[in-house]
Design a protein around this ligand. Structure first.
Ligand code: AMP
Ligand code: MN
Ligand code: MN
Ligand code: MN
Length: 275
């Protein structure tokens, strides 16, 4: 079964509208799609209505920013009810952190000689949502940096001028919001947190105790080895397998919607619990 359970529209840091995402997924012959914008559920209605018209399976999703100890992590909620109030309130809180952070990033960049960064990054976003990748796109457009990874390296991580810590909601809260909205809580891209295997295993084990339901086993960046490791950690903690491209639609990117390697998830697939 071809599925893509991790994608972004312009209701976070993607380029396309929810409708365009659905069309791409249909063209890619996906049987099931989930739209999982960062801390945002605003595109879900448009995407689910259009999926119905196009006869493709759609799963309401969201990718929520969370903290466990001092580590920032992303927890994907799949099969959520977007009308659930606790989830809505929680996302509102995270978006307030986003705007506060964006203003601080802008102040940091100002110190580094880059003026009006907040205004310029906001202008790049087609919606009210602002992410670090809007700042990155702006710095690329202004020819201050050649690409995304150089922006993050030079300006937005560690002790760099636009690096700002955020106290996102705790992983425990986020898992509870997702469960209250009847969704499954999935740890996104486990191998992208730059943790040692021992630390990652500890993290997953702690999240399992807090109610985590699954792990993203496959995304567009997964090597064969990555998939093996993620699967092993999932099995050790009796977690479900999920997969998604993390498609954003930025130019010069090789990621395709529905483009994750097809994989036989067996009976541990989140799909068995979502349908
Ligand atoms: P935010 O949610 O605003 O913190 O932005 C996070 C997004 O920035 C991620 O979902 C990625 O799309 C992107 N990102 C984070 N770190 C990097 C990096 N080192 N290189 C390229 N993109 C990154
Ligand atoms: Mn993103
Ligand atoms: Mn993510
Ligand atoms: Mn993502």
């Amino acid at each position: 079964m071809k599925i893509d359970l991790h994608t972004h529209s312009y209701y976070s840091d993607g380029v396309l509208s929810p409708k365009e995402i659905v069309e791409k997924a249909v063209n890619a012959k996906c049987e099931f799609l989930s739209l999982t914008d960062h801390d945002s559920i605003e595109g879900l209605y448009e995407a689910s209505e259009h999926s119905k018209n196009m006869n493709m399976g759609f799963i309401n999703g969201v990718e929520i920013s969370a903290k466990y100890n001092s580590q920032s992590i992303h927890i994907v909620g799949l099969g959520i009810n977007p009308k659930e109030r606790t989830l809505q309130e929680g996302l509102k809180k995270n978006n307030k952190f986003r705007i506060d952070r964006a203003k601080k990033i802008s102040e940091g960049l100002f110190e580094a000689g880059i003026k009006k960064a907040y205004e310029k990054a906001s202008a790049i976003s087609k919606t009210k949502y602002i992410t670090r990748t809007h700042f990155a796109q702006m710095l690329i457009q202004e020819k201050i940096c050649p690409n995304m990874s150089s922006v993050f390296k030079k300006y937005m991580t560690g002790k760099k001028p636009g690096s700002v810590k955020v106290e996102w909601a705790s992983a425990e809260e986020v898992i509870n919001w997702i469960h209250k909205a009847d969704g499954l809580a999935i740890l996104a891209h486990p191998l992208r947190y730059k943790m040692t295997l021992t630390k990652l295993k500890k993290l997953v084990n702690s999240l399992k105790i807090l109610g985590l339901d699954g792990i993203e086993i496959v995304n567009s960046f997964s090597s064969f080895e990555d998939i093996k490791i993620a699967k092993m950690i999932a099995d050790e903690n009796e977690l479900l397998y999920s997969s998604g491209s993390d498609y954003h639609g930025w130019p010069n990117q090789t990621i395709e919607l529905g483009g994750t390697p097809e994989y036989d998830f067996g009976r541990k697939s989140v799909m068995d619990y979502l349908l």
